[in-house]
Design a protein around this ligand. Sequence first.
Ligand code: NAP
Length: 330
Amino acid sequence: MFIADEKRYDKMVYNRCGKSGLKLPAVSLGFWQNFGNGGCFANMEKMVHTAFNLGITHFDLANNYGSPYNGSAEENFGRILDGMRHYRDEMCISTKAGYDMWAGPYGDKNGSRKYLTASLDQSLKRMKLDYVDIFYHHVFDPNTPLEETALALDNAVKQGKALYVGISNYNSAQTAEIMEIFRELHTPFIVNQPSYAMLNRWIERDGLDKFAEENGIGLAVFSPLYQGFLTDKYLKGIPADSRVGKGATWIGNELDEKMVARLNKLNSVAEKRGQKLSQMALSWVLRNKAVATVLIGASRPEQIAENAACIEKLDFSAEEIAEIEAILGE
Ligand SMILES: NC(=O)c1ccc[n+]([C@@H]2O[C@H](COP(=O)([O-])OP(=O)(O)OC[C@H]3O[C@@H](n4cnc5c(N)ncnc54)[C@H](OP(=O)(O)O)[C@@H]3O)[C@@H](O)[C@H]2O)c1
Protein backbone atom coordinates (compact mmCIF):
# COMPACT_ATOMS: atom_id res chain seq x y z
CA MET A 1 0.00 0.00 0.00
CA PHE A 2 1.35 3.41 -1.01
CA ILE A 3 1.82 5.95 1.79
CA ALA A 4 2.28 9.50 0.51
CA ASP A 5 4.75 12.14 1.68
CA GLU A 6 3.15 14.14 4.50
CA LYS A 7 4.66 17.37 3.17
CA ARG A 8 3.20 16.99 -0.34
CA TYR A 9 0.84 19.94 -0.13
CA ASP A 10 3.68 22.33 0.72
CA LYS A 11 5.27 21.57 -2.64
CA MET A 12 2.50 22.70 -5.01
CA VAL A 13 0.26 25.71 -5.58
CA TYR A 14 -3.43 25.30 -6.33
CA ASN A 15 -5.52 27.45 -8.62
CA ARG A 16 -9.28 27.74 -8.71
CA CYS A 17 -10.62 26.32 -11.96
CA GLY A 18 -12.38 29.36 -13.40
CA LYS A 19 -14.96 30.62 -10.94
CA SER A 20 -15.78 27.12 -9.71
CA GLY A 21 -15.09 25.77 -6.25
CA LEU A 22 -12.65 23.19 -7.65
CA LYS A 23 -8.96 23.83 -7.13
CA LEU A 24 -6.42 22.25 -9.45
CA PRO A 25 -2.67 21.91 -8.91
CA ALA A 26 -0.72 24.32 -11.14
CA VAL A 27 0.93 21.20 -12.61
CA SER A 28 -1.13 18.10 -13.44
CA LEU A 29 -0.13 14.74 -14.90
CA GLY A 30 -1.48 13.51 -18.24
CA PHE A 31 -1.70 9.88 -19.37
CA TRP A 32 -1.77 10.22 -23.16
CA GLN A 33 1.63 8.61 -23.75
CA ASN A 34 3.81 6.19 -21.75
CA PHE A 35 0.93 4.63 -19.77
CA GLY A 36 -0.11 1.97 -22.27
CA ASN A 37 0.80 -1.69 -22.18
CA GLY A 38 3.98 -1.19 -24.20
CA GLY A 39 5.66 0.48 -21.22
CA CYS A 40 7.04 -0.73 -17.90
CA PHE A 41 4.30 -0.84 -15.24
CA ALA A 42 6.74 -0.17 -12.39
CA ASN A 43 7.81 3.07 -14.13
CA MET A 44 4.18 4.16 -14.59
CA GLU A 45 3.44 3.50 -10.94
CA LYS A 46 6.53 5.40 -9.87
CA MET A 47 5.51 8.36 -12.03
CA VAL A 48 2.08 8.53 -10.37
CA HIS A 49 3.55 8.16 -6.86
CA THR A 50 6.18 10.81 -7.61
CA ALA A 51 3.50 13.18 -8.87
CA PHE A 52 1.24 12.63 -5.88
CA ASN A 53 4.15 13.14 -3.49
CA LEU A 54 4.76 16.52 -5.16
CA GLY A 55 1.19 17.63 -4.51
CA ILE A 56 0.00 16.81 -8.03
CA THR A 57 -3.57 15.83 -7.29
CA HIS A 58 -4.98 16.00 -10.81
CA PHE A 59 -4.67 13.09 -13.25
CA ASP A 60 -5.90 13.57 -16.81
CA LEU A 61 -7.02 10.53 -18.81
CA ALA A 62 -9.16 9.77 -21.84
CA ASN A 63 -10.95 6.69 -23.13
CA ASN A 64 -8.51 6.28 -26.04
CA TYR A 65 -5.19 6.82 -24.22
CA GLY A 66 -2.67 4.01 -24.29
CA SER A 67 -1.24 1.60 -26.77
CA PRO A 68 -1.34 -1.03 -28.22
CA TYR A 69 -5.08 -0.69 -27.59
CA ASN A 70 -7.37 2.19 -26.60
CA GLY A 71 -8.20 2.17 -22.91
CA SER A 72 -4.94 0.56 -21.75
CA ALA A 73 -3.86 3.77 -19.97
CA GLU A 74 -7.11 3.78 -17.97
CA GLU A 75 -6.60 0.09 -17.14
CA ASN A 76 -3.06 0.74 -15.93
CA PHE A 77 -4.18 3.77 -13.93
CA GLY A 78 -6.86 1.54 -12.35
CA ARG A 79 -4.13 -0.93 -11.35
CA ILE A 80 -2.00 1.86 -9.89
CA LEU A 81 -5.03 3.19 -8.01
CA ASP A 82 -5.49 -0.22 -6.39
CA GLY A 83 -2.51 0.63 -4.20
CA MET A 84 -3.69 4.15 -3.40
CA ARG A 85 -7.51 4.15 -3.40
CA HIS A 86 -7.41 5.36 0.20
CA TYR A 87 -6.37 8.71 -1.32
CA ARG A 88 -9.29 8.85 -3.80
CA ASP A 89 -10.83 11.93 -2.16
CA GLU A 90 -7.50 13.75 -2.49
CA MET A 91 -7.49 13.22 -6.26
CA CYS A 92 -9.17 14.93 -9.16
CA ILE A 93 -9.49 12.40 -11.99
CA SER A 94 -10.69 13.32 -15.44
CA THR A 95 -11.52 11.34 -18.54
CA LYS A 96 -12.85 12.13 -21.99
CA ALA A 97 -14.68 10.71 -24.97
CA GLY A 98 -14.96 12.08 -28.48
CA TYR A 99 -12.15 10.68 -30.64
CA ASP A 100 -12.15 7.25 -32.34
CA MET A 101 -12.51 4.60 -29.66
CA TRP A 102 -14.18 1.41 -30.82
CA ALA A 103 -15.35 0.01 -34.16
CA GLY A 104 -18.60 0.99 -35.78
CA PRO A 105 -20.82 4.08 -35.83
CA TYR A 106 -21.16 4.44 -32.03
CA GLY A 107 -17.47 4.57 -31.09
CA ASP A 108 -15.94 6.66 -33.85
CA LYS A 109 -15.06 10.37 -33.60
CA ASN A 110 -18.36 11.97 -32.54
CA GLY A 111 -20.29 13.70 -29.79
CA SER A 112 -23.47 11.63 -29.62
CA ARG A 113 -25.29 10.80 -26.43
CA LYS A 114 -24.96 7.12 -27.41
CA TYR A 115 -21.16 7.27 -27.59
CA LEU A 116 -20.48 9.53 -24.59
CA THR A 117 -22.78 7.59 -22.25
CA ALA A 118 -21.39 4.16 -23.14
CA SER A 119 -17.81 5.40 -23.11
CA LEU A 120 -18.01 6.88 -19.61
CA ASP A 121 -19.38 3.58 -18.29
CA GLN A 122 -16.43 1.77 -19.88
CA SER A 123 -13.91 4.26 -18.44
CA LEU A 124 -15.33 3.85 -14.93
CA LYS A 125 -15.03 0.07 -15.24
CA ARG A 126 -11.44 0.23 -16.50
CA MET A 127 -10.37 2.52 -13.65
CA LYS A 128 -12.63 0.76 -11.13
CA LEU A 129 -14.17 4.09 -10.09
CA ASP A 130 -17.72 5.06 -9.09
CA TYR A 131 -17.32 8.51 -10.62
CA VAL A 132 -14.80 10.79 -12.31
CA ASP A 133 -14.30 14.35 -11.18
CA ILE A 134 -14.38 15.80 -14.69
CA PHE A 135 -15.89 14.26 -17.82
CA TYR A 136 -14.90 15.97 -21.08
CA HIS A 137 -16.16 15.95 -24.61
CA HIS A 138 -12.76 15.50 -26.27
CA VAL A 139 -13.23 17.35 -29.55
CA PHE A 140 -15.93 19.51 -31.16
CA ASP A 141 -18.21 17.52 -33.49
CA PRO A 142 -19.85 19.62 -36.23
CA ASN A 143 -22.23 16.75 -37.08
CA THR A 144 -23.92 16.28 -33.71
CA PRO A 145 -26.27 18.99 -32.37
CA LEU A 146 -24.49 20.69 -29.46
CA GLU A 147 -27.66 20.27 -27.38
CA GLU A 148 -27.25 16.50 -27.63
CA THR A 149 -23.59 16.59 -26.54
CA ALA A 150 -24.38 19.00 -23.71
CA LEU A 151 -27.28 16.86 -22.51
CA ALA A 152 -25.10 13.74 -22.55
CA LEU A 153 -22.51 15.47 -20.35
CA ASP A 154 -25.22 16.91 -18.10
CA ASN A 155 -26.74 13.46 -17.77
CA ALA A 156 -23.40 12.03 -16.61
CA VAL A 157 -23.53 14.52 -13.72
CA LYS A 158 -27.20 13.79 -12.95
CA GLN A 159 -26.37 10.06 -12.81
CA GLY A 160 -23.55 10.74 -10.35
CA LYS A 161 -20.91 9.46 -12.75
CA ALA A 162 -19.14 12.83 -13.06
CA LEU A 163 -18.94 15.80 -10.72
CA TYR A 164 -18.07 18.44 -13.33
CA VAL A 165 -18.01 18.57 -17.11
CA GLY A 166 -15.54 20.02 -19.59
CA ILE A 167 -14.87 20.40 -23.28
CA SER A 168 -11.61 20.06 -25.15
CA ASN A 169 -10.38 21.41 -28.48
CA TYR A 170 -13.36 23.80 -28.72
CA ASN A 171 -12.57 27.34 -29.91
CA SER A 172 -14.10 30.43 -28.30
CA ALA A 173 -17.18 30.53 -30.58
CA GLN A 174 -17.90 26.82 -29.99
CA THR A 175 -17.34 27.30 -26.27
CA ALA A 176 -19.76 30.24 -26.17
CA GLU A 177 -22.43 28.18 -27.93
CA ILE A 178 -22.28 25.16 -25.63
CA MET A 179 -21.90 27.35 -22.53
CA GLU A 180 -25.34 28.85 -23.18
CA ILE A 181 -26.89 25.38 -23.18
CA PHE A 182 -25.05 24.40 -20.00
CA ARG A 183 -26.33 27.59 -18.35
CA GLU A 184 -29.92 26.66 -19.15
CA LEU A 185 -29.34 23.16 -17.79
CA HIS A 186 -27.40 24.39 -14.72
CA THR A 187 -24.64 21.94 -15.62
CA PRO A 188 -21.40 22.32 -13.62
CA PHE A 189 -19.35 23.20 -16.71
CA ILE A 190 -16.04 24.52 -15.43
CA VAL A 191 -13.20 23.79 -17.83
CA ASN A 192 -11.96 23.86 -21.42
CA GLN A 193 -8.86 21.87 -22.38
CA PRO A 194 -6.94 23.43 -25.29
CA SER A 195 -3.34 23.06 -26.41
CA TYR A 196 -1.14 26.04 -25.51
CA ALA A 197 2.62 26.56 -25.31
CA MET A 198 5.25 29.16 -26.16
CA LEU A 199 5.38 27.53 -29.60
CA ASN A 200 1.60 27.20 -30.00
CA ARG A 201 -0.39 30.34 -29.21
CA TRP A 202 -3.64 29.72 -31.08
CA ILE A 203 -5.79 30.40 -28.01
CA GLU A 204 -4.41 33.95 -27.84
CA ARG A 205 -5.23 34.58 -31.51
CA ASP A 206 -8.68 32.99 -31.16
CA GLY A 207 -9.42 34.87 -27.92
CA LEU A 208 -10.27 31.66 -26.05
CA ASP A 209 -8.14 32.68 -23.07
CA LYS A 210 -9.89 36.06 -22.72
CA PHE A 211 -13.29 34.45 -23.23
CA ALA A 212 -12.59 31.82 -20.56
CA GLU A 213 -11.40 34.40 -18.06
CA GLU A 214 -14.39 36.69 -18.63
CA ASN A 215 -16.83 33.80 -18.29
CA GLY A 216 -15.32 32.07 -15.28
CA ILE A 217 -14.16 28.95 -17.12
CA GLY A 218 -10.75 27.51 -16.28
CA LEU A 219 -8.28 26.35 -18.91
CA ALA A 220 -6.45 23.04 -18.40
CA VAL A 221 -3.70 23.37 -20.98
CA PHE A 222 -2.31 20.35 -22.80
CA SER A 223 1.12 19.86 -24.40
CA PRO A 224 2.58 22.92 -22.59
CA LEU A 225 6.10 21.71 -23.44
CA TYR A 226 5.13 21.34 -27.07
CA GLN A 227 5.46 17.58 -26.63
CA GLY A 228 8.97 17.93 -25.19
CA PHE A 229 10.52 20.52 -27.56
CA LEU A 230 10.58 23.06 -24.72
CA THR A 231 12.99 21.07 -22.56
CA ASP A 232 16.74 20.62 -22.73
CA LYS A 233 16.21 17.29 -24.52
CA TYR A 234 16.58 18.50 -28.11
CA LEU A 235 19.16 21.28 -27.67
CA LYS A 236 21.97 19.15 -29.11
CA GLY A 237 20.20 16.64 -31.34
CA ILE A 238 17.49 14.02 -31.17
CA PRO A 239 17.94 11.30 -28.51
CA ALA A 240 16.72 7.87 -29.68
CA ASP A 241 14.55 7.37 -26.59
CA SER A 242 12.70 10.70 -27.03
CA ARG A 243 9.20 11.18 -28.41
CA VAL A 244 10.64 12.62 -31.64
CA GLY A 245 13.36 9.93 -31.80
CA LYS A 246 10.73 7.20 -31.47
CA GLY A 247 8.56 8.82 -34.15
CA ALA A 248 5.77 9.09 -31.57
CA THR A 249 4.66 12.57 -32.65
CA TRP A 250 3.52 14.25 -35.85
CA ILE A 251 5.43 17.46 -35.06
CA GLY A 252 8.90 15.87 -35.29
CA ASN A 253 9.49 17.48 -38.69
CA GLU A 254 9.24 20.94 -37.06
CA LEU A 255 12.48 20.25 -35.23
CA ASP A 256 14.72 21.83 -37.89
CA GLU A 257 17.89 23.89 -37.44
CA LYS A 258 15.94 27.12 -36.97
CA MET A 259 13.84 25.54 -34.22
CA VAL A 260 16.90 24.14 -32.44
CA ALA A 261 18.54 27.60 -32.56
CA ARG A 262 15.38 29.15 -31.11
CA LEU A 263 15.21 26.54 -28.33
CA ASN A 264 18.85 27.25 -27.43
CA LYS A 265 18.11 30.98 -27.18
CA LEU A 266 15.09 30.31 -24.97
CA ASN A 267 17.29 28.04 -22.87
CA SER A 268 19.71 30.96 -22.29
CA VAL A 269 16.83 33.08 -20.98
CA ALA A 270 15.80 30.21 -18.70
CA GLU A 271 19.36 29.85 -17.38
CA LYS A 272 19.48 33.58 -16.55
CA ARG A 273 16.23 33.11 -14.60
CA GLY A 274 17.77 30.17 -12.73
CA GLN A 275 15.34 27.72 -14.35
CA LYS A 276 15.46 24.78 -16.72
CA LEU A 277 13.88 25.47 -20.12
CA SER A 278 11.00 23.12 -19.24
CA GLN A 279 10.33 25.04 -16.03
CA MET A 280 10.38 28.40 -17.78
CA ALA A 281 8.04 27.11 -20.50
CA LEU A 282 5.53 25.96 -17.86
CA SER A 283 5.82 29.17 -15.83
CA TRP A 284 5.22 31.12 -19.04
CA VAL A 285 1.96 29.24 -19.74
CA LEU A 286 0.85 29.64 -16.11
CA ARG A 287 1.36 33.40 -16.27
CA ASN A 288 -1.76 33.54 -18.46
CA LYS A 289 -4.54 34.26 -15.94
CA ALA A 290 -7.04 32.03 -17.74
CA VAL A 291 -4.87 28.96 -17.14
CA ALA A 292 -5.73 26.90 -14.06
CA THR A 293 -3.30 24.05 -14.70
CA VAL A 294 -0.74 22.74 -17.17
CA LEU A 295 -1.17 19.08 -18.10
CA ILE A 296 2.32 17.68 -18.51
CA GLY A 297 3.29 14.35 -19.99
CA ALA A 298 6.32 12.39 -18.81
CA SER A 299 8.27 9.27 -19.66
CA ARG A 300 10.09 9.06 -16.32
CA PRO A 301 9.61 10.27 -12.73
CA GLU A 302 12.56 12.69 -12.81
CA GLN A 303 10.83 14.76 -15.51
CA ILE A 304 7.81 15.21 -13.26
CA ALA A 305 9.97 16.42 -10.38
CA GLU A 306 11.83 18.84 -12.65
CA ASN A 307 8.60 20.19 -14.14
CA ALA A 308 6.72 20.55 -10.86
CA ALA A 309 9.52 22.80 -9.59
CA CYS A 310 8.43 25.47 -12.10
CA ILE A 311 6.18 26.82 -9.34
CA GLU A 312 9.25 28.14 -7.55
CA LYS A 313 9.49 30.96 -10.11
CA LEU A 314 6.20 31.84 -11.77
CA ASP A 315 6.78 35.59 -12.23
CA PHE A 316 8.45 37.23 -15.26
CA SER A 317 9.98 40.68 -15.54
CA ALA A 318 8.91 42.91 -18.45
CA GLU A 319 12.45 42.52 -19.86
CA GLU A 320 12.23 38.73 -19.77
CA ILE A 321 8.85 38.75 -21.51
CA ALA A 322 10.23 41.10 -24.19
CA GLU A 323 13.29 38.90 -24.72
CA ILE A 324 11.12 35.79 -25.05
CA GLU A 325 8.73 37.55 -27.46
CA ALA A 326 11.68 38.60 -29.62
CA ILE A 327 12.98 35.02 -29.80
CA LEU A 328 9.54 33.59 -30.56
CA GLY A 329 9.00 36.23 -33.25
CA GLU A 330 12.23 35.46 -35.14
N1 NAP B 1 -7.35 17.08 -25.06
C1 NAP B 1 -6.51 16.69 -25.98
O1 NAP B 1 -6.87 16.60 -27.18
C2 NAP B 1 -5.11 16.34 -25.60
C3 NAP B 1 -4.13 16.13 -26.58
C4 NAP B 1 -2.83 15.84 -26.17
C5 NAP B 1 -2.53 15.76 -24.82
N2 NAP B 1 -3.52 15.94 -23.88
C6 NAP B 1 -3.24 15.84 -22.42
O2 NAP B 1 -2.09 16.59 -22.10
C7 NAP B 1 -1.11 15.73 -21.51
C8 NAP B 1 0.26 16.20 -21.85
O3 NAP B 1 0.49 16.19 -23.25
P1 NAP B 1 1.96 16.01 -23.78
O4 NAP B 1 2.49 14.69 -23.31
O5 NAP B 1 1.98 16.31 -25.22
O6 NAP B 1 2.69 17.20 -22.96
P2 NAP B 1 4.10 17.88 -22.90
O7 NAP B 1 4.29 18.12 -21.44
O8 NAP B 1 4.13 19.03 -23.82
O9 NAP B 1 5.15 16.79 -23.42
C9 NAP B 1 5.49 15.71 -22.61
C10 NAP B 1 6.74 15.01 -23.10
O10 NAP B 1 7.86 15.88 -23.06
C11 NAP B 1 9.00 15.18 -22.57
N3 NAP B 1 9.37 15.80 -21.27
C12 NAP B 1 8.54 16.21 -20.29
N4 NAP B 1 9.23 16.77 -19.29
C13 NAP B 1 10.53 16.72 -19.65
C14 NAP B 1 11.73 17.16 -19.02
N5 NAP B 1 11.72 17.76 -17.83
N6 NAP B 1 12.90 16.97 -19.68
C15 NAP B 1 12.93 16.37 -20.88
N7 NAP B 1 11.82 15.93 -21.54
C16 NAP B 1 10.63 16.11 -20.91
C17 NAP B 1 8.58 13.73 -22.42
O11 NAP B 1 8.81 13.08 -23.68
P3 NAP B 1 9.90 11.95 -23.93
O12 NAP B 1 9.13 10.73 -24.26
O13 NAP B 1 10.65 12.47 -25.13
O14 NAP B 1 10.75 11.82 -22.70
C18 NAP B 1 7.10 13.85 -22.21
O15 NAP B 1 6.39 12.69 -22.52
C19 NAP B 1 -1.47 14.35 -22.07
O16 NAP B 1 -0.94 13.30 -21.31
C20 NAP B 1 -2.97 14.41 -21.99
O17 NAP B 1 -3.40 14.20 -20.67
C21 NAP B 1 -4.79 16.24 -24.25
